[in-house]
Design a protein around this ligand. Structure first.
Ligand SMILES: Cc1cc2nc3c(=O)[nH]c(=O)nc-3n(C[C@H](O)[C@H](O)[C@H](O)COP(=O)(O)O)c2cc1C
Length: 274
């Protein structure tokens, strides 16, 4: 099988593809001077596409992707550091939502971009379960509260640490601290045996949160929600998650009711220089 195809008319033999390959499995052929796959290419290749993406002349194709199938990076869309700073520091967790639902194509776009997050070995282990129906979100939030009541009974110390008493008190007064009235909840879940599922899903959710802000959507981690998914089997089943998965995060999603005007100061970085 030809894993790498090199268009020799385009290749300038600069060796950038070999240098950038994270697996070090592209070699420069000593005789011809062109890149070629190493013996263990198929076994080691992460399918990250770096070699195709970095080639300045578009000379290299893999058996699953070529330069023509990649989107070009548009220089005019690059953002300046002060734009990035405002964007990153101006993002807020949103806890008040309009009643308006987010359309499926918008949610699909959000998840497509979330999937561009880094993941260990480029495994991309995340799966997404989207609770689309606001009434179902409310019903599932009620199940989280059922779990919370059990934790308060069985592990009062833990319940205290997690602030669970207030969750129940608010629910009983008609305020939902679990999903905050969001029309949708997105759960990230993955194979529980993959050692990096936590990090990979967390990063994807972080991408999701940031991209949501750019789309004018509001998002907020739903910490109680996903803890309950893993700890309370009726909720796990209600979501229909595969039995070999765990939930690694959940996010409330909707359109924000209010607009933020200011960026509050964070604590300064706690740095140790050595
Ligand atoms: C893992 C995690 C779980 C969280 N769970 C909740 C939650 O259940 N409910 C909530 O209102 N906010 C939750 N948050 C949001 C944090 O409270 C919020 O990020 C923090 O107060 C900083 O505010 P900011 O996100 O607006 O900068 C969670 C955040 C993280 C990272």
């Amino acid at each position: 099988m030809t894993f790498i195809t090199v268009d020799q008319k385009k290749c300038n033999q600069d060796g950038i593809c070999a240098a950038e390959c994270p697996g070090r499995i592209i070699e420069m052929d000593a005789e011809s001077g062109y890149p070629r796959p190493a013996a263990d290419f198929e076994e080691i290749c992460l399918k990250c596409g770096h070699c195709v993406a970095v080639c300045p002349t578009g000379a290299l194709s893999l058996d699953w992707i070529g330069p023509d199938e990649c989107r070009a990076i548009a220089k005019e869309l690059n953002i300046m550091p002060d734009q990035a700073e405002q964007f990153l520091c101006g993002r807020r967790s949103i806890r008040n939502f309009k009643e308006k639902r987010v359309s499926r194509p918008v949610l699909e776009k959000l998840l497509e971009i979330a999937c561009s997050a880094p993941s260990a070995k480029n495994r991309q282990p995340w799966h997404w379960t989207v609770v689309e129906d606001p009434a179902e979100v409310r019903r599932l939030a009620g199940m989280v509260v059922e779990w919370v009541r059990r934790v308060i009974q069985s592990a009062p110390q833990e319940a205290e640490t997690m602030g669970l008493l207030r969750v129940v008190a608010s629910w009983d007064e008609g305020y939902d601290r679990i999903c905050r009235g969001a029309p949708h909840v997105i759960v990230a879940h993955a194979d529980k045996t993959w050692p990096f599922s936590t990090e990979d899903c967390t990063l994807a959710i972080s991408h999701l949160n940031l991209y949501a802000a750019s789309m004018g959507l509001g998002a907020c981690w739903a910490g109680y929600f996903y803890k309950a998914v893993n700890a309370y089997p009726p909720l796990f089943e209600a979501l229909g998650l595969p039995s070999d998965h765990l939930a690694y995060g959940a996010v409330m999603i909707g359109y924000p009711r209010f607009r933020y005007r200011l960026i509050p100061r964070r604590r300064p970085p706690c740095i140790t220089w050595r």
